[in-house]
Design a protein around this ligand. Structure first.
Ligand SMILES: Nc1nc2c(ncn2[C@@H]2O[C@H](COP(=O)(O)OP(=O)(O)OP(=O)(O)O)[C@@H](O)[C@H]2O)c(=O)[nH]1
Ligand SMILES: [Mg+2]
Ligand SMILES: [Zn+2]
Length: 361
């Protein structure tokens, strides 16, 4: 965390009775702290008294294997032990996450990455420009639903909407499901009041969305300070620049307003979700699919497919059907990949367990 007023208690960092119970269940000696930054193998952790660096204990690292979904992420609660030798403090355990946002890491590797942990509400930020994509917003919302956090969509830069605001909002509302859509502008200040109900002591918010949509600008507004660097000038197409370079947990009003996680704009958010996530965001399609003749109907024109019939009859938008099929195809591809990497990881863990006699594996 930075130099402004800092949380002075665990409660201001989000600690509560349920976390205390989780700590007791963990049965590990040490003090709780929250992860503010992950930098290579080190973590900056905060506990209301100070910020310090810690590293994963070797034994814990081995037991967790190399699955990034199980290594600490910004927002995690961890158990920290001082190093009597004077070296860096060690992370003894990660408390089970209440929510997390997982994404497929950029590139072709299949290792998932935890974007943020224990976030209450995740804001999916978008802006009215050539990159505008309700489909991308829809994917973010599906991934967020899978990780258990609440979501809201922020249409930023409405000062650039030129009288077409209702159209942009309607396009987002068509894919947002239960998530509210808030039109606002970090520059003009319009609509920013809509964020107030999400703030509060112990609450954690995160901002995700493409580079240049104005995540850091909105966060600076919440922090009441030019805390996060914002792109000075931005080309019209919003491409080619990434201003925020790492994820970080920051306190609003010294913790009285809660905590906020800024993230660098992501080029892609590939999904890493299980089947049920589709249900949350495509409830309309799912409801229609309940009428398909075959339980395992793929909705690609099989006999008795109620979804294809609904599209033909104009009761379901063709794009909505296409988005559903695309998401389903991606999910099954990832499931195949994941089954493959799980086999490799379990072989590796078995090898390590044999190597150091750690039967906990
Ligand atoms: N017109 C207008 N410009 C805005 C608004 N909010 C942010 N901007 C501008 O948009 C540009 C990008 O803003 P950032 O806050 O850096 O965007 P970001 O989402 O944090 O981008 P990354 O850190 O690269 O992911 C900057 O030049 C901002 O000044 C707004 O409401 N209206
Ligand atoms: Mg930024
Ligand atoms: Zn069907």
């Amino acid at each position: 965390m930075g130099a402004e007023a800092q949380p002075s208690s665990l409660e201001e960092l989000g600690w509560d009775d349920r976390w205390a119970a989780a700590l007791a269940d963990a049965g590990v000696a040490g003090a709780p702290a929250r992860v503010a930054i992950v930098y290579q193998d080190r973590l900056a952790v905060v506990d209301g008294a100070r910020t310090r660096w810690a590293e994963l204990r070797g034994r814990l690292r081995r037991r967790l294997g190399d699955d990034p979904a199980h290594t600490p992420a910004v927002g995690d609660w961890v158990v920290i032990a001082d190093n009597p030798g004077g070296g860096m403090a060690t992370v003894e355990a990660i408390l089970p996450r209440r929510t997390c946002l997982i994404r497929q890491a950029a590139g072709r590797r299949t290792a998932p990455q935890v974007v943020a942990a224990n976030v209450d509400t995740i804001f999916v930020v978008t802006s009215p420009n050539r990159d505008f994509s309700p489909r991308r917003v829809e994917r973010y919302l599906a991934a967020i639903a899978d990780g258990g956090a609440a979501a809201a969509v922020l249409l930023n830069k409405i000062d650039l909407c030129e009288g077409e605001l209702a159209r942009w909002v309607a396009e987002l509302e068509a894919v947002a499901g239960d998530a509210p859509v808030h039109p606002l502008s970090a520059t003009s200040g319009a609509g920013l009041d809509a964020l107030a109900p999400y703030l509060g002591r112990g609450r954690t918010l995160a901002f995700v969305g493409s580079s240049g949509v104005g995540k850091s600008s909105l966060i600076n507004h919440l922090l009441g300070a030019e805390r996060q660097a914002v792109a000075e000038i931005r080309e019209e197409d919003d491409k080619g620049r990434h201003t925020t370079t790492h994820r970080e947990l920051m306190a609003i009003d010294g913790g009285a307003g809660g905590l906020v996680i800024d993230t660098p704009g992501m080029r892609e958010l590939q999904l890493w979700t299980d089947e049920p996530a589709i249900g949350g965001t495509f409830e309309d399609v799912e409801a229609i699919a309940a009428g398909c003749r075959f339980r395992d109907c793929k909705h690609r024109g099989e006999p008795g497919c109620a979804v294809v019939a609904a599209v033909a009859e104009g009761r379901l938008a063709a794009e909505r059907h296409a988005a559903f099929l695309k998401l389903a195809a991606e999910q099954s591809a990832h499931q195949r990949q994941r089954a493959g990497s799980a086999r490799i990881a379990s072989r590796r863990r078995a090898r390590l367990a044999r190597a150091d006699g750690d039967v906990e594996g």
